[in-house]
Design a protein around this ligand. Sequence first.
Ligand code: SF4
Length: 162
Amino acid sequence: DRAKILVSACLLGQPVRYNGAGKPLAHPALARWQEEGRVVPICPEVMAGFAIPRPPAEIANGANGAAVLEGAGKVVDTTGADVTAQFIEGARIALDLARRHDCRFALLIDGSPSCGSGLIHDGSFSGIRHPGAGVTATFLRANGIEVFSDREIEALETRLDD
Ligand code: SF4
């Protein structure tokens, strides 16, 4: 299967995170998919127009990406700014890219209010994470994309071999 895969740009080492750094994932499968031209990098936050660096943001009040997409939750940054609309815009751009590249799979870094798929921060900016998914991961899943976290790269590898 030569399926294409959306991948969080920071996992590819691109310096797009809030703190201006990347978070490269060194894994032979990821390197191979890149060599095979199957990787479509996405950074929903940068695609939505956020600067690098930028204040960190979290989904407020222990809510999750689904609540944000339903209008029942919001994303705020450490300055107190409500950045919900931009996070939803980033999710839309990510889905648009997935469709244009015919991607049915995504490998996204966990813990992010955009890309998190198993864990997100609780909105207290105190480093506490809880089970849940971010805005982009939730939106992609709701639109038929299979999302795997960076910790699940081997499960994605197996899935692609099916
Ligand atoms: Fe990485 Fe996703 Fe955050 Fe961009 S939005 S820096 S790709 S975790």
